[in-house]
Design a protein around this ligand. Structure first.
Ligand SMILES: [Zn+2]
Length: 224
């Protein structure tokens, strides 16, 4: 059985969390493009050095190089049964390039209503000291139930006692801009995969503990 999947989703929907937890349960790696780029650069390979050169000079890594790095990663032993791609593709040309390298069995399109995402992200708090995450939003409406993840003492990290703060990126106006940019860039991609009849629309209605098993079940049905 091959299980070659792509995860799509707007910032704040929890896509990375779902992908990183569903992968091990299916026995396939969660491949985040950010991570493989860092790994390739760190390996000191010829390709890695080229990527480092581009990033150091503030340039954008071309689709051609992204595909090259990705192809190398997908060819590794642990990805023989399949993989979950997270963070790629983001555009139609990237999706077409990916189709030239491998065939995707299913695309998990994880999404939530805009207002809920805004509420969820703007309620995120991070420990200044250890990076631990908390969420002060208590969402319970329209069939969606996401309880808060509160620290035991308000404003303080449970793990280290550090101060909790809100990142600039998580402020309401910035979140709205990020969402708009995502919709603009990714909606053609959603149509692209829908036309190929491999898109699975998924709306989380609770936290990851309850949602990950559902995602794993759906993916099992779509492996080939
Ligand atoms: Zn902390």
């Amino acid at each position: 059985m091959t299980m070659q999947f792509v995860f799509l989703g707007p910032p704040g929907v929890g896509k990375g969390t779902y992908a990183s937890r569903a992968g091990p349960q299916l026995g396939i790696p969660h491949i985040s493009t950010g991570d493989i780029f860092r790994a390739e650069v760190k390996s000191g390979s010829e390709l890695g050095n080229r990527v480092k050169g581009i990033m150091d000079s503030g340039g954008l890594v071309s689709d051609k190089i992204v595909i090259e790095v990705l192809k190398k990663r997908l060819g590794q032993e642990d990805a023989r049964k399949g993989f979950i791609l997270d963070g790629f593709p983001r555009t139609i040309p990237q999706a077409e390039a990916l189709d030239g390298v491998t065939s995707i069995n299913a695309v998990m399109n994880i999404d939530l209503p805009e207002d809920i995402i805004v509420e969820k992200i703007s309620a995120r708090r991070i420990c200044r000291n250890c990076g631990d995450l908390y969420n002060v939003a208590d969402i319970n409406r329209n069939g969606i139930r996401m309880p808060p993840m509160l620290p035991k003492v308000e404003g303080k990290c449970d793990k280290c006692g550090g101060e909790l703060y809100q990142r600039d990126d998580d402020k309401v106006d910035v979140v709205k801009e990020r969402l708009e940019a995502y919709r603009k860039q990714t909606s053609p991609l959603i149509d692209y995969y829908r036309d190929k009849r491999i898109l699975i629309d998924f709306r989380p209605t609770a936290g990851p503990d309850e949602m990950v098993p559902k995602i794993v079940e759906l993916l099992k049905q779509h492996g080939l």
